[in-house]
Write a protein that binds this ligand. Structure first.
Ligand code: SAM
Length: 321
């Protein structure tokens, strides 16, 4: 998927149609456009729902810090728009932390938005929560009001023309409104460099494969435009000012909780699915051992697994004319 295997970009690759029996992209099915066209970078967003949810739930301490930092920059927003919200874990955190705001979750995948809706209702935010389904960035024209805070968490890099998308995001901001994008950071780490078996440095080798996958994913997007990832420069080019950047850490040290272990196992299993054929026999065997629930050296049982990740948020403000 684009959920990319990992998350220096925030996601992990998902096995596309070329890799697994699953069909592509819920997103394409919903809107008659596919992420790719039978490429190994196709993403089935609806199929990703449980993983996206588990990931955002595990990363909640990071999001809480990021949102409270945003809260110091954006006082009492009336409307917050979460662009590419997925299943709405973060959109619901916005509703919780900004308790006076309405939140609109926007996404191309109707099944993911349905999960967001159910989550908002379950958490008691339903009366301040809306969803809007459609292709980004064009669907933003359907918003009833300009946004005081527009958040795009790990979604911008799934759009072919990121410069045009940022301009469209800026267009939908109220004067004085803030655009916040979460892009970049560091690849996550789950394992010691030397596992006690296999060749040290497995995760660094997986990073290289994921970077190559990410480049293919971007190139396969409809309307793909190559762009230097100078986020501050791109925000400025969209007419925004006062760019600020900050990174947030998720540090879940060993011994990992059951929830963290499940996330680690799911992430490595996706990597095994997507890159199993590309990895050398030695690394593939190591991954198989790590994923074997019966193996004391596997991630389900070993004492030294952890989650260490960093995500970067870039903010900028629309000038009041
Ligand atoms: C990596 S997920 C991020 C989800 C959520 N923001 C999070 O951080 O957990 C990217 C989201 O963008 C949505 N998306 C990707 N491309 C899209 C497009 N062209 N139009 C609308 N939504 C899109 C996907 O459906 C998915 O929910």
């Amino acid at each position: 998927m684009a959920h990319h295997p990992h998350e220096s970009h925030g996601d992990q690759p998902s096995p596309g149609p070329g890799r697994t029996p699953g069909p592509a992209d819920g997103h394409g099915q919903d809107h008659g456009h596919r992420h790719g066209h039978g490429h190994d970078t196709d993403i089935d967003w609806a199929e990703m729902a449980p993983h996206l949810e588990a990931q955002a739930e595990l990363f909640t301490p990071l999001y809480e810090r990021a949102l409270s930092w945003l809260g110091k920059e954006v006082t009492e927003p009336g409307l917050i728009v979460d662009v590419g919200s997925g299943p709405g874990v973060v959109a619901c955190l916005f509703a919780e932390i900004f308790s006076g705001a309405r939140v609109t979750a926007v996404d191309g995948s109707a099944p993911l938005l349905e999960r967001a809706r159910q989550r908002a209702d379950r958490l008691g935010h339903g009366d301040r929560f809306d969803t809007l389904a459609g292709e980004l960035p064009h669907v933003l024209a359907e918003l009833d009001y300009p946004a005081d805070l527009l958040w795009a968490g790990r979604s911008l890099h799934h759009l072919g023309d990121q410069r045009a998308a940022l301009a469209a995001f800026a267009e939908r901001l109220a004067p004085g409104g803030t655009l916040a994008i979460m892009e970049g950071g560091l690849p996550p780490r789950f394992l010691p460099r030397d596992l006690g078996f296999g060749r040290p440095g497995l995760e660094a080798r997986l990073d290289v494969l994921q970077e190559e996958w990410f480049a293919r994913m971007r190139a396969d997007l409809p309307g793909s435009v190559g762009e230097t990832e100078d986020w501050a420069g791109l925000l400025g080019a969209a007419g925004l000012r006062h760019v600020r950047t900050r990174s947030f850490l998720l540090d879940l040290p060993a011994p990992a909780s059951d929830r963290a272990r499940a996330y680690i196992a799911a992430s490595l299993s996706r990597l095994r699915d997507v890159f199993g054929d590309t990895l050398g026999d030695d690394d593939r065997a190591v991954l198989d051992r790590l994923l074997d629930p019966g193996d004391a050296a596997g991630v389900h049982r070993r004492a030294d697994v952890f989650v260490l990740a960093a995500h970067t948020v870039h903010t900028a403000v629309k000038p009041v004319r």
